[in-house]
Design a protein around this ligand. Structure first.
Ligand code: PMM
Length: 283
C-alpha cells in the first residue's frame, strides 16, 4: 500500500514532472520519446525529486483530450523504464481508469487525477483495488474551456467544499485514508487573483481537508502575469523563465502547510525545502 507519510513525513515531497506530451505548456514535445523521458526522470531524481509524475495528456488551458490507447502508449514505457532505474515512487497523471491500471501494472504507485474521479468514476476502484496513492485535484470546468472567465463567490470555501466532497467519495470507494492527498489545482479554472487567494489561505485549506496537500504552481501563467511589470522584465516571462517565480511560491506553500510540491525544477525545490527545514529547526 502506498502512503503519503512515506514520502512527506519529515521532509516535503518534491514531485518532479515528466510530461510525455507534444503540447504541455512549458515542456511540450521535449521528452516525447520514452528514452528521453526516462533520462529526464533520472535527472530530476538526481536533482532531488522524491517522486516522479508521468503524464501523457496535456491539461494546459485549451488542450484537447487524448485517446486512451495513445495515452497508454506514451506513459507505460516511460514508467517501466523509470521503475527499474529510480528509487522514488512514480505517479501517473491521468483521469482514465485503463491508463491508471496499465500504469500501476507497469510499477507506478500513485494516480494523480486532475478530475478527482468525476470524469471516469471507475478510476476510484482501480486505485482502491491496487491500494495505490491518489491525488484529488480541484478544477473548475474542463481544460478546453476552464480559463474562459472562471468565477467564484469564495474560492477558498468552494475549493475546500469540493475537495472534502471528492475525498469522501474516494474513501467511500475504498481508498485508504493514508493514501489520499488533495490539491487546490493552481491555474485550473482560476484567475491570478484566485490562485493568490488559495495560496494566501493555504493553512485554512490544509486544516479543512485533513490529508496531505500537494500544490502545483510550477511555471504557471499567473506567475508570468504577476511579473509582467517588474523592472527588467519585458512583458510576461515565458514558461521556461518562471522557475525563480515558481520557487517563491514553492517556499510559501511549504511554509504554509503544503506537504508536496509538483515542479519542473526539482533542484530548486529540493534545495529550498532543505533550507526551509534548517531554518525551522533553528527557529
Ligand atoms: N498541473 C498540471 C498537470 N497536472 N496535477 C496536479 N495534481 N496538480 C497540478 O497543479 C497539475 C497537475 C499542469 O502542468 P504541466 O503541464 O506543467 O504538467
Amino acid at each position: 500500500m502506498f502512503t503519503w507519510a512515506a514520502v512527506s513525513a519529515d521532509h516535503p515531497g518534491v514531485m518532479g514532472i515528466v510530461n510525455v506530451t507534444p503540447d504541455s505548456f512549458s515542456d511540450g514535445g521535449r521528452y516525447l520519446s520514452a528514452d528521453a523521458a526516462v533520462t529526464h526522470g533520472r535527472a530530476l531524481v538526481a536533482a532531488g525529486a522524491t517522486l516522479l509524475d508521468v503524464g501523457g495528456e496535456s491539461t494546459r488551458p485549451g488542450a484537447r483530450p487524448v485517446e486512451e490507447a495513445e495515452e497508454r502508449r506514451r506513459v507505460v514505457p516511460v514508467i517501466e523504464g523509470l521503475v527499474g532505474e529510480v528509487e522514488v515512487p512514480v505517479s501517473v497523471d491521468t483521469t482514465k481508469p485503463t491508463v491508471a491500471a496499465a500504469a500501476l501494472d507497469a510499477g507506478a504507485m500513485i494516480v494523480n487525477d486532475v478530475s478527482a474521479g468525476r470524469l471516469h468514476p471507475a478510476i476510484l476502484e482501480v486505485v482502491a483495488d491496487r491500494r495505490a496513492g491518489y491525488v484529488v485535484m480541484h478544477m473548475q470546468g474542463e481544460p478546453r474551456t476552464m480559463q474562459h472567465d472562471p468565477r467564484y463567490d469564495d474560492v477558498v470555501a468552494e475549493v475546500g467544499d469540493f475537495l472534502v466532497e471528492r475525498l469522501g467519495t474516494a474513501r467511500g470507494a475504498g481508498i485508504d485514508e493514508a493514501s489520499l492527498a488533495a490539491d487546490p489545482g493552481i491555474g485550473f479554472g482560476k484567475t491570478a487573483a484566485h490562485n493568490l487567494r488559495l495560496l494566501a489561505d493555504l493553512p485554512a485549506l490544509c486544516d479543512r481537508v485533513g490529508v496531505p496537500v500537494l500544490v502545483g504552481p510550477s511555471r504557471k501563467r499567473f506567475l508570468g502575469a504577476l511579473l509582467a511589470d517588474v523592472a527588467g522584465t519585458q512583458g510576461e516571462p515565458p514558461p521556461d523563465q518562471r522557475d525563480d517565480a515558481t520557487l517563491a511560491t514553492v517556499v510559501w506553500a511549504l511554509d504554509h502547510g503544503a506537504r508536496i510540491v509538483r515542479v519542473h525544477d526539482a533542484q530548486g525545490a529540493a534545495r529550498a525545502a532543505t533550507l526551509l527545514h534548517a531554518m525551522r529547526e533553528a527557529a
